[in-house]
Design a protein around this ligand. Structure first.
Ligand SMILES: Nc1ncnc2c1ncn2[C@@H]1O[C@H](COP(=O)(O)OP(=O)(O)OP(=O)(O)O)[C@@H](O)[C@H]1O
Ligand SMILES: [Zn+2]
Length: 781
């Protein structure tokens, strides 16, 4: 979306290269796509190709005689085409029907990479819908749906990991290792040509045993082309006996399995939503269909994956950003061929092709990580609902703190609401109390009452979780003499003091780092003081207050090393007193059975933020963190430190719960006509010159009002807030401005934006301005 794209395009037309054609596959807002005509016309064959370039068009190319033997191509296969001076890998969409194209101006494609379609028609249609809804170039959207290796044009071979014994492997070596011996015997049975890992795991081998055999030189792993086979799904453990509410939820979901239905599973933290998912999935899997499970972050919640693995004996693949390119391709292929029956993934997994999709589950549906915040700014929850609708399968959204958008859909009758109001098993919901910090003595940021409560729990060998959503040592470096503060030279933000691995200043917005100055640059005083509390400083304080207790810190800094989070997690599951301390990484769906006290240290800022969604986010975070208390047999308590205990929203939240809070928030949004009561789009502009971003937005918004559609309406039901400088105006050296466009009519909004945005992207004034459109924007920072 930069001026570079503009240049490429101009250059290509001038050269008579690829011709842009009107995107005939562009769906209308209900998602109807005109399927290209497959009957070859007489004369040269012209095809439409989507390319990963920042332009909104699809491109026309000729099929050379040398490739006619492969004609007709399968829509959704890859082709290599010349584009400017480069060769690009694109996706063949169909034969062009546009009569206005002059074949002699077209270039010919170089190669066809696949005999079969990689993206089935249903997926192509979904991607077209997403490109049109989020106003993002179709070629780039399609590219997002492919694993990197396929995007790069690597061959699509169905490769799978196989295992076999090495030539010299001796059974004798394993006399004292019975488990490895079992795996050895299993491999022996399948010695020629080796057994696929997925089959070995189903037969009871574990990955660990295979690796141990490999380390001892007894077994080896290799990649081999595989024909996809599916294995019948077996239950590996008995389901839990559901309570009445769980049973009702399971039965209701089962009634809707054969068609689209959006279902909100609104269940308290610890109410056993996962058990409902598992039992709802069972008939889908038994019918040979696939299930897609979207979760906020896999690395943080390995136990989610384990719970699916220990329930079902079938191929389960995980799709997330930490996979190597090869592993990602393998997982994608397993899903795309229908071999993997369960696909568990983060946001982008919503675009994984699954030929036998029977159910979609979105766990923690309120989580912001489902919204991509840059480039192609889609919301995986909304895409999933659209996908379920198109592929006629139910979509379950699960959360203890549903977002207001989902609650609004329930109000409108578009989502079915199922409630779990009790904690599963014998656990009871924790009590929440406020600690008024005014006039309270504090040690290391902790009020006396809180320190006493922690001591009591530790004495009983119970665990305490302390939530502080600020990593680093201290958020500010201050000069007490002249009040100078260390600011980021590139952002409107303070630098955070870090002490590890060595003392330095770090900007959490642009990653700028520097040493701590020896003296104040303003008054030369040498008494610069780290001010405020980050998790690393609190850890030091806790070590001082509780010298004999294990302090387990969980934040992005402490868990950056591979395996460190797993170690912390293992320790937290031992029945022994400990303090878990961390940022929002601790809030995400974890099950810590020994935590009986949760302390939340700093929530006041969240209710004061300028972003209209901030109170909702803060309440969700509080309830999710609070939900970590008392999940085992013992009762839990939640203590929230605040300077503003009288805050009405906080009061409603802790006294009446999240549902009452959400109702109040909804009433406010309704009164102010904010989402979900109107649809919104955020337009951003970023330039290195302060005024230019605002001026650019001013200019393009005038253009919006000049659209014929807007003119036809006497009073366009559009409201525009701004343009104004963003709350953090300068970030990473650029000045940011934005404007919010609201409209009650979604169809009209998109109609207006669609035409207008194409014009904006082609404006000559756009050079040097980074601008973007964010549909249903979630963050206004
Ligand atoms: N019917 C049941 N009988 C006994 N235990 C159950 C039952 N259902 C769930 N549990 C147990 O209750 C605990 C909490 O369940 P689970 O993690 O599924 O809750 P959740 O609703 O997903 O919570 P959160 O929103 O906090 O992630 C788990 O240990 C689970 O095994
Ligand atoms: Zn910065």
């Amino acid at each position: 979306m930069t001026s570079l794209g503009q240049q490429v395009f101009t250059q290509n037309t001038a050269e008579g290269n690829a011709q842009k054609t009107k995107n005939q596959d562009q769906p209308d807002l209900l998602g109807h796509v005109a399927v290209p005509d497959e009957t070859p016309a007489k004369g040269p064959i012209i095809i439409q190709v989507a390319l990963p370039v920042p332009l909104f068009d699809v491109f026309s190319y000729l099929v050379p005689d040398a490739l006619l033997a492969q004609w007709p191509f399968a829509p959704g296969c890859r082709v290599c085409v010349p584009f400017g001076k480069r060769e690009l890998v694109g996706i063949y969409l169909g034969q062009a029907t546009n009569d206005g194209i002059q074949p002699d101006k077209l270039k010919t494609i170089h190669t066809v990479l696949d005999d079969e379609s990689l993206l089935p028609e249903s997926m192509l249609k979904l991607l077209h819908w997403a490109a049109s809804y989020y106003h993002y170039p179709i070629g780039e959207v399609i590219s997002c749906a492919l694993p990197t290796l396929l995007r790069q044009g690597r061959p699509y071979n169905l490769l799978a990991q196989y295992w076999r014994l090495t030539a010299t492997a001796e059974r004798e070596a394993l006399k004292r290792a019975p488990k490895q011996l079992e795996t050895f015997d299993l491999l022996k049975l399948h010695d020629e040509p080796g057994a696929p890992e997925s089959a070995l795991l189903l037969m009871g081998a574990s990955k660990k045993q295979l690796q141990l055999l490999q380390e001892k030189g007894l077994a080896e792993c290799f990649l081999q082309k595989t024909e996809h086979q599916t294995h019948p799904v077996k239950l590996a453990e008995l389901p839990l006996i559901p309570n009445d509410e769980q049973q009702l939820a399971i039965d209701t979901i089962k009634q809707h399995l054969a068609s689209f239905k959006g279902i909100l599973l609104d269940g308290l933290t610890g109410s056993g939503k996962t058990e409902v998912y598992l039992q709802a999935m069972q008939p889908v899997l038994e019918a040979g269909q696939q299930v897609l499970v979207l979760v906020p972050e896999i690395g943080l919640t390995p136990q989610t994956l384990d719970r699916f693995r220990s329930r079902f004996q079938c191929e389960i693949v995980a799709m997330h950003s930490n996979l190597t390119d090869v592993a990602r391709l393998q997982a994608w292929q397993a899903a795309q061929t229908g071999r993997a029956q369960i696909v568990i993934g983060t946001r982008s997994a919503v675009f994984t092709p699954m030929p036998k999709l029977g159910l979609i589950i979105i766990d923690e549906e309120h989580d912001v990580s489902f919204k991509q915040q840059d480039t192609f700014r889609y919301h995986a929850r909304d895409v999933a609902l659209c996908r379920g609708h198109r592929e006629s399968c139910p979509v379950i959204l699960g959360s203890a703190t549903p977002c207001l958008e989902s609650l609004h859909l329930v109000e409108e009758g578009k989502l079915l609401s199922l409630k779990l109001t009790q904690r599963a098993g014998n656990a009871a919901l924790a009590k929440i109390q406020l600690i008024d910090l005014k006039n309270q003595p504090r040690e290391h940021g902790l009020a006396r009452d809180l320190i006493d409560a922690i001591k009591q729990r530790l004495k009983k060998q119970e665990q305490v979780l302390i939530f502080l959503n600020r990593r680093g040592y201290a958020p500010v470096l201050l000069c007490p003499q002249c009040a100078w503060q260390a600011d980021c030279p590139r952002c409107d933000a303070h630098l955070t003091v870090h002490r590890q691995p060595s003392e330095h200043l770090h900007c959490h917005h642009c990653n700028y780092q520097s040493r701590l100055p020896a003296a104040c640059p303003s008054c030369q005083s040498t008494t610069l003081t780290p001010t405020g509390m980050g998790t690393a400083r609190l850890e030091e304080g806790l070590k001082e207050l509780f010298p004999d207790t294990d302090i387990l810190r969980v934040d992005r800094d402490s868990t950056s090393r591979v395996g460190s989070w797993e170690r912390i997690y293992e320790r937290a599951h031992q029945e022994k007193g400990a303090i878990l301390l961390g940022t929002q990484m601790l809030a995400k769906g974890h099950h810590f059975p020994h935590v009986t006290l949760v302390a939340i240290l700093d929530v006041d800022g969240g209710f004061l933020n300028v972003d209209f969604r901030a109170p909702e986010r803060t309440a969700q975070l509080i309830m999710q963190v609070a939900g970590r208390a008392g999940r085992g047999q013992k009762a839990g308590l939640v203590l929230i430190q605040t300077f503003k205990p009288e805050n009405p929203l906080l009061q409603i939240l802790i006294q009446q719960g999240y549902a009452a809070f959400a109702k109040t928030c909804m009433a406010e949004r309704k009164a102010m006509l904010l989402p979900p009561y109107r649809y919104c789009a955020l337009i951003r502009a970023e330039t290195p010159q302060a005024e230019k971003s605002l001026q650019f937005l001013q200019h393009v918004l005038t253009l919006l009002y000049a659209q014929p559609e807007a003119k036809q309406l006497e009073k366009p039901p559009l409201e525009i807030w701004g343009p104004v400088p963003a709350p953090m105006e300068r970030r990473a050296g650029v000045f940011r401005a934005h404007a919010l466009i609201f409209c009650k009519d979604r169809r009209l909004l998109h109609h207006l934006l669609g035409h207008w945005w194409l014009q904006v992207c082609k404006l000559p004034e756009r050079r040097g301005v980074r601008c973007s459109i964010d549909i249903d924007a979630q963050e206004m920072s």
